[in-house]
Design a protein around this ligand. Sequence first.
Ligand code: AQP
Length: 344
Amino acid sequence: MTNSKLENYKKRIFSGIQPTGNLHLGNYLGAIRNWVNLQKDFFSIFSIVDLHAITIPQKPSQLKSSTYEVAAAIIASGIDPKKAIVFNQSSVKEHAELAWIFNCVCKIGWLNRMTQFKEKAGKNREKASVGLYGYPVLMASDILLYKATHVPVGDDQKQHIELARDIASSFNNMFSGKNEKDFFILPEPQILGQATRVMSLRDGKKKMSKSDISDLSRINLTDTKEEISNKIKKAKTDPLPLPTSLEELENRPEASNLLNIYSSLSNQSIEFTLSQFSGKGFSFFKPKLIELAVETLNPISFEMRKLLKDTNEIDNILKNGADKAREIAEPILKDVKYLVGFII
Ligand code: AQP
């Protein structure tokens, strides 16, 4: 087996983000901000997963601009492309190739359990693409193609990581030689921080999402100070003052969401935030949240706008990243093909 270069890195992470529209505070707090911290300690591979994006119809011109926007957001948030690999998934064909092999390992019953498919396909299941159904298999290939040990994701992706582990272990059982150690390591999900699931500003029971038709439901990374302020002012709340304890928050999803966002943005525990604001009304709390959100997001959107003025720099970063990713992926896929019994 090859890939001695990779063996030098004991801990490596892979994570992806779809270029499916406006990146929002949930993507930032649940994913990108954690990536920035992790790049110091992990060999890091971050992908703009455009193959995943097309599992739901995308306008080609929109897909392209969203890909640039996600790349700009990642870099503007502090990912250093000299330290971490940043690339768009479709430039490394090995992702799709490994996904096909995994399609032949993964069982239909496993995919039938995936809640994201149920949520995204909704009542239109018959009209959903085969790609949307197979999304978690492609995700397993993204992770295992680099033998990633850890996958930093928001809470919504936990089930997909479990599936990637099932696929890895099934592949190992089917193809690793009896006397050899397992070919694939089982990746661990890394669900970090307070904001593992940021909820919609219009409905505290629904995830903040790029594809929500209401722009008021999310804070986009490109929103201006005025837009952030307007969205938080209009965010759904309840008539009660903020409580003292976590228990009292249980049936107050909107209050709970806003307090979670505040805690996450200020890197403090929810208990501490409660102690700061207990007894106060939303009219007192919301301006503080606006101030904090603007302070965090303004420098990112400023940097993003600068990067997006001339996309040449982003093109170079993505090309460079794809070359480095391919260097790791090619020999691993070659080993997989050998184990499966293909003539290579
Ligand atoms: N609301 C969220 N709270 C915390 N983390 C979140 N993530 C997404 N939404 C939240 C995390 O962001 C990373 C990238 O997600 P993605 O773009 O690949 O897809 P997604 O999870 O499907 O995000 P969206 O915004 O809901 O996109 P659409 O609307 O296109 O489906 C992941 O780590 C995810 O956990």
